[in-house]
Design a protein around this ligand. Structure first.
Ligand SMILES: O=c1ccn([C@H]2C[C@H](O)[C@@H](COP(=O)(O)OP(=O)(O)OP(=O)(O)O)O2)c(=O)[nH]1
Length: 144
């Protein structure tokens, strides 16, 4: 599928892949670096707006390197970009480390995966079919 992008950021398009099979790394678009204290969260602008075809969503996911090395992850992971959203993509990051972390302009802060989803019609009913599991959940089978 074709993904239309408006890039109003200071990160030129060559900084972005033109085709993607999985995640596209999104870069912070900042006037100045942002510092995040331990457990602090913020919305990072990307300067990107996209037009997804109906039936698709974009998911924002953490980058494993940032998570492992700096404790930076996405608070609402995966962030959902709706097909009808035309605003700027923002990235909600949180610092789960014990130290202050600095995010610079142009840093790759998350990855965006485009996914197809079912078009679902909701039917309200009085009963659901029986299964062996029934209402058992939340670890009811134990640990081992
Ligand atoms: O990490 C995110 C999550 C959302 N959005 C944008 C795109 C999305 O289509 C819109 C709404 O997101 P969501 O449905 O998660 O937010 P909400 O809290 O339910 O707000 P709304 O009432 O606007 O739907 O905000 C982002 O830019 N980044």
């Amino acid at each position: 599928m074709k993904l239309k992008i408006i890039n109003t950021s200071k990160n030129p398009m060559p900084a972005y892949a033109t085709t993607l099979s999985a995640g596209l790394d999104l870069r912070a678009n900042l006037e100045e670096p942002i510092t995040l204290k331990s457990l602090e969260r913020t919305l990072i602008p990307t300067g990107l707006r996209i037009e997804l075809p109906e039936g698709y969503e974009a998911q924002l996911r953490p980058r494993s390197g940032l998570a492992l090395k700096q404790g930076i992850t996405l608070l609402n992971s995966p962030g959902t970009i709706d097909a009808d959203y035309r605003g700027e993509i923002g990235v909600i990051v949180v610092n789960l480390s014990n130290e202050t972390v600095t995010i610079e302009h142009g840093e790759r802060i998350c990855q965006m995966v485009i996914a197809k989803h079912e078009q679902v019609t909701i039917e309200e009913v009085d009963e659901l079919s029986d299964t062996e599991r029934g209402a058992g959940g939340f670890g009811h089978t134990g640990k081992k």
